[in-house]
Design a protein around this ligand. Structure first.
Ligand code: FE2
Length: 234
């Protein structure tokens, strides 16, 4: 696990900006056969999801358009699926989350997760966007299922010209704060480029509803599901 740290010097007056965040690159999953099965599962579901939720509201600022499976992100939660490929992925993510918390000396909190995915074809790119910048924002992740020679770019929240480029590697989970703006290079490969995207939340869908967060009012199928629950909160 590689933790790339971004931390400001102590500020010299009340108004100076400050930051302290990481971009975390996990060791890639090496099982090519597993990644291939995951890719096939996602490609099989792509037209079903596009047809089922045919009136998308937004592509999340990615500019992949309203015909993309990305633009159905509000309507389903990939982590609510029971396919073995998804169960395996959940286990991998939990392991990485706990390892990261251990490395930075932060007590892990129970997390819920919402996941969707992007299928990009030759010529496409994901435009600059971010996932959450509210008081409850936590971590977001990408899991690269399939790609050929692409990068994801992460922009510094204050020094806008400081952009961290990370080459996408198949099987790699990347974690970063949900407020960090990010985008991809233009994809020029022949096969589909597929990434799974997700947001971690420190509370369940029901708890979120009581807090009246407007962005947690999507369909039943999009409900946030538990990823990892602390022993004493089960
Ligand atoms: Fe994103």
């Amino acid at each position: 696990m590689q933790i790339i740290k971004f931390k400001s010097e102590p500020k010299l007056n009340h108004f100076a900006p400050e930051w302290d965040y990481d971009i975390v690159i996990c060791e890639p999953v090496q099982d090519k056969e597993y990644l291939s099965r995951l890719k096939q599962l996602l490609l099989k579901k792509e037209p079903m999801l596009i047809n089922k939720y045919h009136v998308p509201k937004s592509d999340g600022g990615t500019m992949l358009g309203l015909n993309s499976v990305t633009s159905r992100f509000e309507y389903f939660n990939l982590f609510a699926w029971n396919e073995p490929e998804i169960v395996t992925l959940k286990e991998h993510i939990v392991k990485q989350y706990l390892a990261y918390m251990d490395k930075i000396g932060v007590e892990p909190i129970s997390i819920w997760v919402k996941g969707w995915y992007n299928v990009m074809r030759k010529g496409e790119k994901i435009n600059s966007h971010w996932h959450s910048c509210w008081e409850n924002s936590m971590l977001s992740c990408h899991f690269t299922v399939a790609t050929e020679d692409t990068s994801t770019f992460y922009q510094h929240p204050h020094r806008m010209r400081m952009v961290h480029e990370e080459k996408n590697v198949e099987g790699t989970l990347t974690m970063f704060p949900s407020y960090i703006r990010h985008w991809t290079s233009q994809y020029m490969g022949q096969s589909e480029r597929i990434t799974i995207a997700m947001d971690f939340h420190p509370f369940s869908h029901e708890e979120a509803a009581t807090k009246n967060y407007a962005h947690f009012t999507a369909t039943e199928e999009s409900k946030i599901v538990p990823l990892w629950i602390k022993e004493n909160e089960r």
